[in-house]
Design a protein around this ligand. Structure first.
Ligand code: JAH
Length: 282
């Protein structure tokens, strides 16, 4: 996969030389091209921003600079990747569509991604309007918080997508077992994990994991994943597909609900939030 990143801080992406992403690049699975946005400015000050129309605080990134940069990168890549190849354009912004494991899987199928992280108050909205009509352009959010710029969000997305590319993870570790992966793990958090020693500072590893009984271990892990999801992410648990819950799963969900109602009566603070999972688990 080819990945281009246009930023006023290309040095921000040094972490992509490290660990799994560094290996993927050495192996040629991930071909990352960094570009300095200021290379496409025309003035001595290399200005990339201007005051917002309509007033208000902060500065907005100028459309002409981004237009020249994106055009140049598209032209450069087409020469390499083939005449009719266009990248998927991805612009991180807190007002974007949520970036999820599903989106990561979709991006992992693309031959070419072009990331455009902004600084200041963002990029003039006509840039996404322009490229949205010429290629697929997505404004995406990695979570409900505001960063100082889109670069950190690009690092997150490149890592989430990069680890899904064939040959990046060893065969031993399947992405199908990830939390949020479609199928058996859809909407399920992973449960607790342990390694040696069997007792550490008085904390024991759950006995079932030492039993060697693979069936019981798999069942215990699924119970823990269900309970943890109900506890920490009731809005995910509310989307458990009843079809994907077996009899034992349904009992785990039911018992969790009973313990909850016993601990705090209906109407207690937070009751609505807590009881969301019961809507579908019945
Ligand atoms: C902040 C440009 N979803 C996280 C996220 C993504 C991008 C930005 N902030 C948060 C951001 C300032 C300028 C983008």
């Amino acid at each position: 996969m080819r990945v281009d990143i246009i930023s006023i801080f290309p040095e921000y992406f040094a972490p992509l030389d490290v660990s799994l992403m560094g290996k993927a690049r050495e192996r040629g699975i991930l071909d990352i091209h960094l570009h300095q946005l200021r290379d496409w400015t025309q003035d001595v000050h290399k200005t990339v921003d201007d005051t917002p129309y309509g007033g208000g605080p902060g500065m907005v990134m100028k459309p002409e600079i981004w237009g020249a940069a994106v055009d140049a990168v598209i032209g450069e890549g087409r020469a390499v990747s083939g005449e009719d190849t266009l990248p998927r354009l991805i612009v991180p912004t807190p007002s974007g569509r949520p970036f999820t494991q599903e989106v990561a899987l979709e991006y992992a199928k693309e031959p070419w991604l072009l990331f455009a992280p902004a600084r200041y108050e963002g990029i003039d909205s006509r840039v996404v309007a322009e490229y949205g009509a010429r290629l697929r352009a997505d404004e995406v959010s990695i979570g409900d918080y505001v960063l100082a710029g889109g670069e950190a969000a690009v690092l997150v997305m490149v890592e989430a997508v990069g680890r899904l590319l064939p040959g990046v993870l060893g065969n031993a570790r399947s992405v199908a077992d990830d939390s949020f992966a479609p199928g058996a793990m859809a909407n399920l958090l992973e449960g607790p994990v342990y390694t040696k020693p069997p007792v550490w500072r008085g904390h024991e590893v759950p006995e079932v994991l030492l039993s060697g009984h693979h069936g019981r271990i798999a069942r215990w892990r699924r119970d823990e994943a269900l309970r943890r999801t109900l506890e920490r992410r009731p809005e995910l648990a509310a989307r458990f597909d009843p079809e994907s819950l077996d009899k034992h799963d349904r009992r785990v969900v039911e018992e969790f609900g009973e313990r909850r109602s016993a601990a705090a009566p209906e109407g207690a603070p937070g009751a609505a939030f807590r009881e969301a999972p019961e809507d579908v688990a019945d």
